[in-house]
Design a protein around this ligand. Structure first.
Ligand SMILES: O=C(O)CCC(=O)C(=O)O
Ligand SMILES: [Fe+2]
Length: 345
């Protein structure tokens, strides 16, 4: 296991992938392997988020990204009556719209949120697409193409992460650990007359393994870095890759989830599309055995069933420290005993 690689991966949990001059989603030439090598080479630490490094060769065509972004924009443009039937605060709905905060939990603060969110389950496509809205026309078709392409990208990323972590098994994240239904937040932030009074999304860490975010062209995303909020400047056709809390736990804290938020702006509306790669609800999640060493790196977190995590996340309103606290091991137990519980697959 190369310590250097681990350190490189650990330095920041934010990467941006910019457009691919040489590859498109339809033409994976010269070969997927070469594209992966190129991705792997670019897994270097960002010196700071202010000078984010960009990873090229993500392989998702501009037509696929823009096609879905346009269809989603059309969706938000539909008359209120057409959208109202989807409005729901029921988390079990496969497709719904809601307004405002990230979780249903009220954290007692007085912040107002200007966000409409279209929340849906987007992968596996064949199983879920009949639940998506049939209007606007082509919405389903564009979403299906986007969801498949982003899922493939996530799969490649997870392999690279496993490789970068030095795992013998590069398929470590395959199967139940990343095989839950992929969720998608399509966030629409209207133009806001006074951004000092409203937020887009509160500060939070994403709950799952990995988020692949298309920001669009309008800035608004901010990430916490050394205690300060740094703007993540959008890049045309780029994805922001964001490690979630469960990645932080699986890697025993080596790849920390990034706290981020979205602010509103008075000049332009903004739309972002976040695809959240998640474990199966009944999957046991905990620090990967390959990450642990009884003496030097005992487990920092207990394992849990993914559905328990959802409850903790809601209760902590997405706050990184508060969520992690639910699962932290305060080392009164013998780490050797705890070790035996971790069986990820
Ligand atoms: O709008 C953004 O850039 C961030 C969205 C986000 O953090 C989320 O959907 O979890
Ligand atoms: Fe997020």
């Amino acid at each position: 296991m190369s310590c250097l690689r681990r350190n490189a991966l650990a330095t920041t949990s934010y990467w941006m992938i910019s457009r691919l001059p040489s590859l498109s989603s339809t033409s994976m030439e010269p070969s997927e392997k070469d594209a992966d090598k190129s991705l792997a080479r670019s897994w270097r630490p960002a010196r700071s988020l202010a000078s984010s490094r960009h990873v090229v060769n993500h392989g998702v065509g501009e037509d696929v990204i823009q096609g879905f972004r346009e269809a989603a924009t059309e969706f938000f443009r539909m008359p209120e009556e057409a959208k109202l039937k989807y409005y729901s605060i029921d988390h079990n709905k496969p497709f719904r719209i809601f307004s405002g905060s990230l979780t249903s939990h009220n954290d007692g603060n007085d912040i107002r949120y200007w966000r409409d969110c279209l929340k849906l389950r987007c992968y596996p496509v064949e199983r879920l697409m009949h639940q998506w809205p049939s209007q606007p026309e082509m919405f389903r078709e564009h979403l299906a193409k986007y969801a498949v392409a982003v899922q493939e990208l996530a799969r490649r990323f997870l392999r690279l992460i496993a490789e970068g972590l030095g795992f013998d098994n590069h398929d470590f994240f395959e199967g139940d650990l990343s095989g839950g239904e992929t969720l998608m937040n399509v966030n629409y932030y209207p133009r806001c007359p006074d951004p000092s009074l409203t937020m887009g999304i509160r500060p939070h860490s994403d709950r799952h393994l990995l988020t692949i975010l298309s920001q669009g062209e309008v800035s608004g995303l901010q990430a916490k870095y050394r205690g300060r909020w740094i703007r993540v400047q959008p890049i045309h056709n780029a994805f922001v890759i964001n490690f979630g809390l469960q990645m932080e736990i699986v890697t025993n804290g080596l790849l920390p989830s990034v706290e981020h938020r979205a602010v509103t702006n008075s000049a332009k509306a903004r739309m972002s599309v976040a695809s959240l790669i998640t474990p199966k609800m009944d999957c046991r999640v905990g620090p990967a055995p390959a990450m642990l060493d009884e003496k030097t790196n005992p487990p920092k977190f207990k394992d849990f069933v993914c559905s328990e995590f959802t409850e903790a996340y809601e209760a902590a309103a997405g706050n990184r420290e508060a969520v992690l606290d639910f699962f932290k091991i305060h080392h009164t137990q013998n780490p050797a005993c705890v070790n035996q519980q971790f069986n990820m697959h």
